[in-house]
Write a protein that binds this ligand. Structure first.
Ligand SMILES: Cc1ccc([C@@H]2N[C@@H](C)[C@@H](O)[C@H]2O)cc1
Length: 449
């Protein structure tokens, strides 16, 4: 272990109530919305092949043409209540919303730059109505904030000259001002999801970022900040020089999911996921593999089975409407969650040997196990290996408690649950109520002669 001043300030998971609430979410919604939503990955009849929210970096559009999009941003179809209702029906327990993406356009009327919604035809704050509508729907809000800001002339990718460092000192002040402004304006928000923190200029700001994180946490007790915000004094990101997680949860699982519990190192984490292969902002083309509802449900189940939250991204259009494909995915996920949410909310890694038919989750603080079945074996027999001295007292279909199962015990702590049919067309859940086997009082071992 090397001594660090700006490494992780906590080892192990946070044990406070605010983090326990975050840990129990299971399912979240990500929203990427901004000027990039207007072109939607297309410009002058050409298609940008990168992620739509990165179109400003494409040589197919001039920087001034992109920046002038601010004068066309007028989301007249924006309806925060409708967005929140769709998220609530989907079963999202939190939403992460872009307040400012890499292009620097602010969805709130920031005092520290004119590159905000206040300078657009729309004029009004978009974040407050979103926070209010989502909170009213019982959904917590986390604010996405990109440190990298292409609109700010003081932004630097690296600090090479004296001028760079003078400019970047201004940029650091601007960044702190905006973050404190967000915390002041939106006091019910639960956390900050940082992005755009990989370039050298910011990575070199270990002391500044550490102090800023401490200041924000003091300003908002319980505030949740992930591992992507700051580097330690050796430039180590996500995990400090001693391998300790920076921040409150691991933010490394972007468009990917761990396969084993060892990969999560006992940390909290979230997986943020796109519906197309790699598009966060609205993408008109909507080409390539578009994930299906069952595919997304399996990702959700896998994340929760490995102690993570699954955060599904939506990219509203520039006019404030949500595309029909995303609305129908939300609806179908919500229909499944309406029946099976008990296996997702407040659940965690069950500590059982994974099986090919799907995923185990366990209700936190109980011995209630859920079998989330995605791959029905042709045998119809679902193998379950429980810890020794644990028995199954009840087994039934979640949502249809009359559909019970009598496990066939194959050997100690190993059973088959035999399905009644192998022709299920959609994922389903079986609940296992388990109990520790008590010592059988009758069987007393003979004292050694
Ligand atoms: C290489 C790369 C940089 C930034 C990203 C941003 N992180 C996601 C959460 C989106 O905001 C994407 O633009 C993705 C890939």
């Amino acid at each position: 272990k090397v001594s660090l001043v700006h490494g992780a300030h906590r080892t192990g998971r946070r044990t406070d109530a605010a983090m326990a609430r975050w840990r129990a979410y299971g399912l979240g919604q990500f929203i990427h919305w901004g000027l990039y939503s207007i072109p939607g990955g297309e410009w002058d009849g050409k298609t940008y092949n990168g992620a739509a929210e990165w179109i400003r970096s494409w040589d197919g559009i001039t920087k001034s043409a992109y920046d002038s999009l601010i004068y066309h941003f007028n989301p007249v179809k924006f309806d925060a209540t409708a967005w929140a209702a769709a998220a609530q029906q989907m079963g999202a327990k939190y939403v992460t919303i872009t307040t400012k993406h890499h292009d620097g356009f602010c969805l709130w009327p920031s005092k520290y730059t004119s590159y905000t919604v206040a300078s657009s035809p729309y004029k009004k704050d978009l974040i407050k109505p979103l926070v209010d509508a989502y909170n009213k729907a019982g959904i917590d809000v986390i604010l996405y904030f990109s440190i990298m800001d292409w609109s700010n002339p003081d932004w630097r990718y690296d600090i090479k000259t004296k001028d760079d460092s003078i400019a970047f000192e201004r940029f650091k002040k601007f960044t702190r001002n905006q973050l404190l402004e967000l915390l002041e304006r939106y006091p019910t928000t639960k956390g900050l999801w940082f992005d755009g923190t990989w370039d050298n200029a910011w990575v070199k700001q270990a002391a500044f970022a550490d102090e800023l994180e401490t200041e924000m946490r003091k300003m908002r007790p319980g505030l949740i900040i992930g591992s992507r915000f700051r580097a330690d004094e050796n430039g180590k990101r996500h995990f400090d020089t001693n391998g300790q997680l920076m921040g409150d949860y691991e933010q490394g699982w972007e468009r990917k999911i761990p396969n084993t519990i060892t990969e999560v190192h006992g940390n909290d984490w979230d997986c943020v996921m796109t519906v197309p292969e790699n598009q966060w902002g609205y993408n008109a083309a909507w080409k390539g593999h578009i994930k299906t509802t069952d595919e997304l449900l399996e990702m959700l189940a896998k994340c929760v089975s490995l102690d993570g939250n699954f955060v599904l991204n939506f990219g509203p259009k520039g006019d404030g409407s949500i595309r029909k494909e995303e609305l129908s995915l939300a609806r179908e996920i919500g229909d499944w969650m309406a029946v099976n949410q008990e296996a997702i909310y407040g659940c965690e890694y069950a500590g059982l040997e994974p099986q090919n038919w799907g995923y185990f989750t366990k209700k936190t603080g109980t011995d209630k196990i859920y079998m989330l079945v995605f791959n029905v074996p042709v045998s119809g027999a679902l193998r379950v290996k429980l810890p020794v001295q644990t028995s199954i007292s009840k087994a039934y279909r979640l949502g249809q408690p009359a559909q019970t199962f009598v496990p066939e015990e194959i050997q100690a702590s190993e059973s088959f649950i035999h399905l009644k049919t192998t022709s299920e067309k959609h994922p389903f859940v079986i609940v296992l109520e388990t109990a520790k086997k008590t010592e059988n009082p009758k069987v007393k071992y003979e004292k050694a002669k």
